[in-house]
Design a protein around this ligand. Structure first.
Ligand code: SAH
Ligand code: SF4
Length: 424
């Protein structure tokens, strides 16, 4: 904790090691007005910042518990509304702390009900989040980075030049903002100890009927290249005293960062999705350049070792359907062979390729996708075809790229070459 509170240092620092080549902000980033943003902090971190601000250990512990509940269970951002704090304490908090939210630059709604938000951090970086409502669930697609260093050839996000890891506050902030927008914070007074005046809110308290039921780390960025912040953010999201989302309702998608997969299983424990997209070295090298570093066989072996994967909790393999690239009968049969060879408790999600301005790829035909799905299904593995959502507002898989980022084709090609060279 001490390290992240050194407010005198630069707010940006390089991540050590080869795996994280992008700048990362400190979890507790100093604001211009000197106050500390509590958003994204764990109960222990809140306790520490309260102690550093002058509360004794006992008071800091009590206040951190109360504040954690207000922040993440109630969605409150105004200390003055925290009715179980004595008035002077509320003032003391407001002088030193804030409860932030990402700034909304633009909010769009698709004809199919999908919603997309363009968000901006306080240092002017843009990123996006998407909410996908379904009959039985509502899924928030959360970003882990601004842009992505991996440059998969079919993904719009990979063409963004600027990349920065999002902080836990910016990751949790997306969930908070979605809840704000959906109007689904619990109403009424809460049961926790009142050490101050009586609450004047209605005594009825309810938190059911939620629209936001699931989270997928499938927005911008590679979550396993921002491991610590994604882990810390998801721990806050899963905490039973706060947002309380079950780990079974959270899915982390990776393009195959093998060295971090076991830790993801052990330290986060959410469902795993792996972006496979190709079954031969040549094709996967082209589609997911990280494959040159971490190949298919190694990746599948790491999946087989993923802690917590079993038939009740299968690993999802995402497979984008690209015309004449990876969609033949032979590809489908090879996919079945590989998944069986590694005895993987697997399901396959077939994602029709979502086009974006400047791409040379095309989506496979519906007949081809159906046939591919049938072959995988006949091989004993479920392979539903995903209906693209929010294509009209560029909110579908792989279409995210902040609106402020516009580059020429030549510039994008140069960037792709640079990134490929960096991967070696
Ligand atoms: N970086 C992570 C998570 C974000 S991408 C990953 O790659 O897994 C979420 C999913 O969308 C991935 O499976 C990705 O391969 C897929 N995707 C990317 N671009 C796409 C496109 N243009 N059409 C369809 N799916 C795409
Ligand atoms: Fe990055 Fe995932 Fe897009 Fe690849 S598919 S460029 S890993 S966001």
């Amino acid at each position: 904790m001490g390290a992240i509170m050194q407010t005198s240092a630069s707010p940006l620092m390089p991540i050590p090691g080869a795996i994280d080549p992008v700048p990362v902000r400190r979890a507790v980033t100093p604001r211009e007005d000197g106050r500390v943003d509590l958003m994204g902090l764990s109960r222990m971190q809140i306790k520490s910042v309260f102690e550093e601000a002058g509360l004794d250990a006992k008071a800091a512990k009590l206040r951190s518990k109360q504040i954690f509940h207000w922040l993440y269970h109630r969605g409150e951002t105004d200390f003055d509304a925290m009715t179980d704090l004595a008035k002077p304490m509320r003032g003391w908090m407001a002088e030193r702390f804030v409860v932030g939210r990402p700034q909304v630059v633009e909010a769009q709604v698709s004809s199919d009900g999908t919603r997309k938000w363009l968000l901006r951090s306080d240092d002017g970086q843009d990123y996006e989040m998407v909410f996908i409502p379904d009959a039985d669930r509502g899924t928030l697609c959360v970003s882990s980075q601004v842009g992505c260093t991996l440059n998969c050839s079919f993904c719009h996000t990979g063409t963004m030049r600027l990349v920065r890891n999002l902080t836990p506050g910016e990751i949790v902030g997306q969930v908070m903002l979605a809840r704000d927008a959906l109007g689904e914070w619990p109403k009424g007074s809460m049961a926790s100890a009142n050490d101050d005046e009586e609450s004047d809110e209605a005594s009825h308290y309810t938190s059911d009927g939620r629209m936001l039921t699931n989270i997928v780390m499938m927005g911008m960025g590679e979550p396993l290249y921002n491991f610590d912040h994604v882990r810390d953010a998801l721990k806050v999201v899963m905490d039973g005293d706060g947002l309380a989302l079950s780990k079974r309702r959270i899915t982390l998608s990776t393009s195959g960062v093998i060295p971090m997969m076991a830790r993801a299983g052990e330290e986060i424990g959410v469902n795993l999705a792996v972006s496979l997209h190709g079954v031969t070295k040549d094709v996967r090298d082209e589609l997911v350049p990280l494959n040159r570093k971490f190949g298919i066989e190694e990746l599948l072996a790491a999946c087989a070792a993923y802690p917590g994967a079993n038939n009740a909790r299968r690993i999802t393999f995402e497979y984008v359907m690209i015309k004449d690239k990876n969609d033949s009968d032979a590809d489908a049969r090879e996919l079945v062979r590989l998944l069986r060879h590694y005895k993987l408790p697997a399901k396959v999600n077939l994602i029709p390729f979502n086009p974006w301005p400047g791409t040379d790829y095309e989506c496979s035909t519906p007949e081809r996708i159906r046939r591919f799905s049938d072959i995988v299904f006949e091989g004993g593995i479920s392979a539903p075809v995903r209906t693209p959502r929010g294509r009209d507002i560029m909110a579908a898989c792989g279409q995210l790229k902040s609106a402020s980022e516009k580059k020429s084709k030549a510039e994008m090609r140069r960037l792709a070459e640079e990134k490929q060279a960096a991967l070696g």
